[in-house]
Design a binder for this molecule. Sequence first.
Ligand code: CTP
Ligand code: CA
Length: 228
Amino acid sequence: LAHGGAPSGLAGRRVLISAGGTREPIDPVRFIGNRSSGRQGYALAATALARGAEVVLVSANVGLPDPAGADVRRVGSAQELREAVLAERAKADVIVMAAAVADFRPVSSAEGKIKKTGAGPAPIELVENPDILLEISGERARAGQVVVGFAAETDHVLEYGRAKLARKGCDLLVVNQVGGGRAFGTEDNQAMVLGADGSATEIPNGPKEDLADRVWDLVEPRLAPGHT
Ligand code: CTP
Ligand code: CA
């Protein structure tokens, strides 16, 4: 037991983390993707494991070694990521959506490789993907479940972050300032963590493991009373 007799945070808790970036198929060899490396999500998994949590890691196109002890589920597209998260969510005490989920996908993926015809490219028609964070925040699969979202903003970080937190309905939103080489594809990460209770916690620039630890520090007091 930690100070004051409080149960030690994440120990024995079930944590579901999505990491990486989805790929939306255009044809069998092409996709629409993004620059997420998966490092922040993997750092969250590793630090949760170090705190004694059971971790299910839904991993979208990440080229990193599996964190030792994590139950890793590999997915490709946003729809696959959604299926994997929805299948696991009822067991989770905490869900962290660290994955960069594509907002749009091609209406359909061509069966064969798209060929040049000489007549110029055909447009790729897109449809919107379901918003997984909105779905899992709006209707909690478990009483007291803590839901954490991530957001990358290039400007108006606080204003856009607050609006996004309210719209999504999650408990915490980790807002990264991106652009100018920050966050995506880099080792370090700096963020503002906004809480549904109105709190704002600045996390200074540092390794993604440090940011992950600060996120768990904010999650732990929000957990429903333990079951140890
Ligand atoms: N997210 C999700 N499902 C989607 C899109 C996003 O679950 N279809 C999650 C991300 O994993 C992240 C959070 O929502 O935790 C915020 O993603 P972001 O792209 O910043 O938010 P959007 O609502 O897509 O808004 P924007 O127009 O700024 O991209
Ligand atoms: Ca988005």
